[in-house]
Design a protein around this ligand. Structure first.
Ligand code: GRF
Length: 220
């Protein structure tokens, strides 16, 4: 049974993942309430998206703080004051301090535009194209102390074509991000995620043992 989970969404930019989460909630597909959208950038377009849907926003400029720890303490204070249970990073371009991760242990999700553990870090769509991989995709994971390293909740795979650029691949991946992020949050709301060591066990119906993607496809 799903309960309504109180979430806080942290952004730095355009907020298309935020929009996908808002749309899923409004469509009745996601049992969550966005208590606050917090940005470290005052001009993040995601703030406009939030306001358009009557969601509370907060801007905390990291440059006004002496240290990462001070900044994170202020962010945590906002989240706790709003009763946030699950922190959703959606293009938040900052590393979190260990104190932040401890305060919300296994209650911080992030989405990354590559198939982790391949291509952690930045500019990952371009790096996937440059490397010549046949598949890339996106990963939703719980956040731990290491960057892009935490237990994986869900991944989506897309093909990479010879004529792809970083931009065309990013667009293909983003479409899948918008599908899997609301779903990951819904799995959390339904209490179907259990973190065991570095694995996330998902309470799920069946599995397709023959599932495989091949690129270029086999010509049988
Ligand atoms: C996405 O590609 C996400 O995977 C990465 O940052 C980007 C955010 O995009 N973490 P948006 O702001 O949600 O449009």
């Amino acid at each position: 049974m799903a309960r309504q989970v109180s979430i806080g969404v942290l952004i730095s930019g355009s907020g298309t993942n935020l929009q996908a989460i808002i749309d899923a909630i409004e469509a009745g597909k996601l049992d969550a309430k966005i208590e606050v959208v917090l940005s470290n950038q005052a001009d993040a377009y995601g703030l406009v998206r939030a306001r358009n849907h009557g969601i509370a926003v907060e801007v905390l400029n990291h440059r006004s703080f002496c240290s990462r720890e001070d900044y994170d303490r202020a962010v945590i204070a906002v989240l706790q004051a709003r009763g946030v249970e699950l922190v959703v990073l959606a293009g938040f371009m900052r590393l979190l301090s260990p104190a932040f991760i401890k305060a919300y242990s296994n209650r911080i999700m992030n989405i990354h535009p590559a198939l982790l553990p391949s291509f952690p870090g930045l500019r990952v769509q371009q790096r996937a194209v440059d490397h010549g991989v046949r598949f890339s995709g996106c990963t939703v994971h719980f956040v731990n102390e290491e960057c892009d390293e935490g237990p994986i909740i869900i991944q989506a795979v897309v093909p990479v074509f010879a004529d792809d650029t970083g931009e065309t691949l990013a667009a293909r991946i983003l479409e899948q991000e918008h599908r899997i992020y609301p779903h990951a949050i819904q799995l959390y709301a339904e209490s179907r995620l259990k973190v065991v060591g570095r694995k996330v066990l998902v309470d799920r119906p069946g599995k397709d043992e023959k599932q495989a993607l091949v690129e270029p496809p086999l010509e049988e």
